[in-house]
Design a protein around this ligand. Structure first.
Ligand code: ADP
Length: 332
């Protein structure tokens, strides 16, 4: 006769606690659906199914107690002794929706990041060719330099995108071994030495008193060190110091890259590992950043069973610490 009369005759949970999502009380059997679930949309579907004996349903957005997206299907069942019956099947698809959003955001960001340098290249070429600047050697060289810089930026971005995709797909493939961290740190510092010297930044290596080896993948660790030291140099002003140290810490080997740089505002700390996230977009671009470095680092660390943390103080500096299992504690 009305939705108020339709009572719940059974609640069954498969993989997910749907009863918790709908905040169903323990004693729901025999009580009207209307009383238990205050979702007009769901009531409408149930009424439709009971009235027209058709399948109804769609997506339902729950906000309380947490934000969730449910896919709901209401199906007619053969009539029981007390009248029409319907079965409500609700599947929690929040994770799927979130992944879709992340993917869409990623494609939009990647296209935008590629579009910007491409627009500058096009503008330079148009000015050179249509504007006649090609005949003035000085102007021509200036424009060609911009073209070359922007092409490098696109190249860098595409490489980072490819690395990220590869790392995300490679998760299970890493073969972990004891790694000679001292030699990797020395090599990575060697690669950054020139840039650091140009900026008058000193790079310091502080090995532990007792040697310790992490269980890791050499190529990944090289990439992690290059990225963290490169960032430390990029975001530190002239006269600063970048220190790389590592030490045993229980079952872990703790590697730290610390700088005396500009720091990261507190409210951004949680987000800097996200793809394309930058505190200061203009500054990152100026120093040749893509906004992908830290998300690549985070994935590489996690693929080796480790974790990464950041601590920072504005104007004082930033410290990234990477925790990897100690090889001697986990042989073979
Ligand atoms: P980018 O290519 O922009 O450097 P990353 O993913 O490596 O991208 O870093 C994301 C953002 O985190 C940077 O844009 C910068 O704002 C901030 N950041 C990273 N490392 C440091 C650091 N050592 N000091 C200050 N800010 C940093």
């Amino acid at each position: 006769d009305g939705i108020r009369d339709h009572c719940v005759t059974g609640v069954q949970t498969c993989a997910l606690p749907i009863s918790r999502l709908f905040r169903l009380p323990k004693e729901s059997i025999g009580r009207p659906l209307f009383e238990l679930v205050r979702q007009p949309q769901l009531q409408n579907w149930v009424e439709l199914t009971l009235g027209a004996r058709e399948v109804a349903g769609g997506e339902l957005l729950l906000t309380n107690p947490t934000s969730r997206t449910l896919s709901v299907r209401v199906q007619p069942l053969p009539e029981g002794s007390t009248g029409g019956r319907a079965m409500v099947v609700a599947t929690d698809i929040s994770q799927l929706r979130r992944l879709e959003e992340i993917r869409q955001e990623f494609v939009a960001n990647a296209s935008h990041e590629l579009k910007t340098p491409l627009a500058s290249i096009k503008a330079c070429l148009e000015t050179l060719v249509d504007g006649g600047a090609i005949d003035d050697p000085e102007v021509r060289d200036r424009f060609l330099n911009v073209v070359s810089e922007q092409a490098d930026r696109m190249d860098h971005l595409i490489r980072d995108l490819l690395s990220l995709t590869r790392i995300e797909n490679d998760e299970a493939d890493l073969d972990l071994h004891p790694v000679d961290l001292e030699s990797l740190v020395t090599q990575s510092v060697g690669r950054q030495r020139q840039t650091a010297e140009r900026k008058r930044i000193s790079l310091r290596i502080e090995p532990p008193a007792d040697p310790v080896e992490p269980l890791g993948d050499e190529e990944s660790l090289e990439h992690i060190l290059d990225n963290l030291i490169d960032n430390a140099v990029k975001y530190t002003d002239a006269g600063g110091v970048v220190t790389i140290r590592w030490r045993p810490d229980g079952d872990w080997c703790l590697l730290e890259v610390q700088d005396t740089g500009i720091g990261i505002p507190h409210q951004h700390l949680d987000r800097i590992f996200e793809r394309f996230y930058r505190v200061d977009r203009a500054r990152s671009r100026e120093v040749g950043g893509t906004g992908l470095g830290l998300s690549i680092v985070k994935h590489l660390v996690q693929n080796q069973g480790g974790e990464i943390r950041v601590a920072s103080q504005m104007g004082k500096g930033t410290s990234f610490s990477v925790r990897l299992l100690r090889a001697e504690r986990f042989p073979g």
